[in-house]
Design a protein around this ligand. Structure first.
Ligand code: ACO
Length: 470
């Protein structure tokens, strides 16, 4: 059923772009074109009118990996990559991290404004009361091999949830859409913790409604059994909550783009979230936090940092946790994460890898290779070190990214469905394959294009003949 397309979402004031027109001269034909510039962009479809000869296809813009293409108008997250600014719905990330909980921020991302007291109470109630997984989901997860990667379990289980909530297919119903938002945000920590318990062979610990979002997650991860008491450390629960705020959304990144692209075909949100989680799993995106810690462990000490830098500069490997498509100065999340690290270490003791990481950052930021390419630490550079100090196994790190990013994916998905300009995501291509050619069968050329035959469709006169035997 097609999604209801009510109205364009309210748009936050745009950065100070001057609107107007772009004059383009096609030197092939000498023709002038006037193309409208709005909010710092031209419409790629306006290029279609440009052709040097009438029979030629219209001009395309070629942009592999969307390096300079806006796929949507969005009012959710603003990034200024040159200045290192990140805002959710207009609020600076620093202010949100200092004073709002992850679930308040999730509400903000999805609804566009921070919740009132009663809205927050309803929101928390709804999230808290959707944390359970159907018993059959547990059985489904039991089927994974003991050493399955928890992020692969997460991807598959999110897709499997679609079979438990067939009503979710009704994406045009606003109430049903929001019900899936509660379910996904509520259940993703349960799926994550169950993936961990499965890989360690520990009994599943069901959610506790009397705990906060992150306390509940820590309890499901670490409580030895139902008969054993476990009290999550409040400092660690708060630190994890701050990390969740920092990871909640990041505009049109690879996984949000996957969420929107799959959602544009009107697939249900569980299938979309599985696709988004699969995109996040990759080591160039949310899987980088796992690779950073593996890289730091391999380096082992500050003394061996120059050797790693040399390998990176020789092009033999990437410096994981460095570089970003949008940030060309310090990632503001990486700066905030360093503060969280100190809070966590005060409880857990200092993770020695932080000193290797700091030495690596110091050397890299004074080296021309990194300076000239504007490569700075990104969010993944320090997050894994904190997760490790908190006792999370290394392969859980991408999963820890997926839990909070769920709210961003849902916000992006809902905005996409409500945007009257959005259609099925279907990029164009520049074909570079062979021109038309034909099959040869045992030396005989098979004609592909036969001359058109005229078919006589007039009724034929009956020819008298023997009747078929009855
Ligand atoms: N280490 C070494 N060199 C790098 C790195 C790195 N981490 N990142 C980029 N470069 C180099 C590239 O080789 C390229 O050099 P060149 O101009 O000599 O060819 C130049 O910097 C530009 O890099 P691109 O690949 O064009 O940058 P792009 O925007 O395509 O990639 C990405 C961004 C994927 C994040 C990249 O920087 C990278 O692979 N980083 C390591 C993985 C990582 O940390 N990913 C997490 C990103 S944050 C997130 O997704 C949550």
């Amino acid at each position: 059923m097609p999604a209801r397309k009510p109205r364009m979402p309210k748009v936050a004031p745009a950065p100070p772009y001057s609107n107007g027109f772009l004059s383009v001269v096609d030197e092939r034909s000498g023709t002038n074109y006037r193309i409208a510039v709005e909010d710092g962009a031209i419409r790629a479809t306006d290029l279609h009118q440009i052709r040097s000869r009438p029979e030629e296809p219209g001009l395309l813009s070629y942009d592999p990996s969307f390096a300079n293409t806006a796929s949507c108008r969005s009012a959710i997250t603003f990034i200024d990559g040159d200045k290192g600014i990140l805002r959710y719905r207009g609020y600076p990330i620093e202010e949100l991290a200092a004073s709002k909980s992850y679930l308040e921020v999730a509400y903000l991302l999805i609804h566009g404004s921070l919740p009132t007291k009663s809205q927050l109470a309803d929101w928390l109630y709804n999230i808290t009361h959707h944390t359970m997984l159907h018993e059959n989901v547990q059985k489904f997860m039991d089927g994974f091999h003991h050493d399955a990667h928890p992020m692969a379990m997460m991807v598959s289980t999110l897709a499997a949830l679609s079979t438990f909530y067939p009503d979710a297919k009704n994406i045009s119903d606003e109430h049903i859409r929001y019900q899936q938002a509660f379910r996904l945000i509520a259940k993703v920590p349960t799926v994550a913790a169950f993936a961990h318990r499965h890989s360690t062979g520990m009994p599943y610990i069901h959610p506790s409604n009397d705990l906060s979002y992150t306390e509940n997650f820590l309890a499901m991860m670490y409580r030895p059994s139902w008969t054993t008491q476990y009290t999550p450390d409040p400092v660690l629960a708060k630190a994890l909550d701050t990390l969740f705020v920092l990871h909640a959304d990041h505009e049109q990144n690879c996984s949000s783009n996957a969420m929107r692209a799959v959602g544009s075909s009107h697939a249900d949100p569980y299938s979309c979230a599985a696709a988004a989680a699969a995109a996040l799993y990759g080591p160039l995106h949310g899987g980088a936090n796992e690779q950073v810690v593996r890289m730091l462990q391999e380096v082992g000490s500050k003394e061996r940092v120059p050797q790693l830098i040399r390998q990176v500069k020789e092009g033999r490997r990437l410096l994981m946790g460095f570089g970003h498509r949008i940030y060309k100065s310090y990632d503001p999340r990486a700066r905030l994460i360093q503060q969280v690290a100190e809070e966590v270490f005060a409880v857990t003791g200092r993770n020695p890898l932080i000193d290797v990481a700091l030495a690596l950052e110091n050397i890299a930021l004074s080296d021309d290779y990194f300076i000239s390419r504007r490569l700075y630490p990104n969010v993944d550079f320090y997050s894994g070190i904190i997760y490790q100090a908190m006792g999370f196994p290394t392969d859980m790190f991408p999963v820890l990214f997926a839990i909070p990013r769920m709210s961003g994916w849902i916000a992006q998905w809902i905005e996409m469905l409500q945007d009257p300009e959005q259609k099925i995501a279907r990029p164009r291509q520049v074909y570079i394959g062979p021109p038309e050619r034909h099959l040869e069968v045992t030396g005989v050329r098979v004609p592909v294009r036969r001359p058109a035959r005229t078919v006589d469709t007039r009724p034929r006169p009956r020819t008298p003949g023997p009747r078929p035997a009855s």
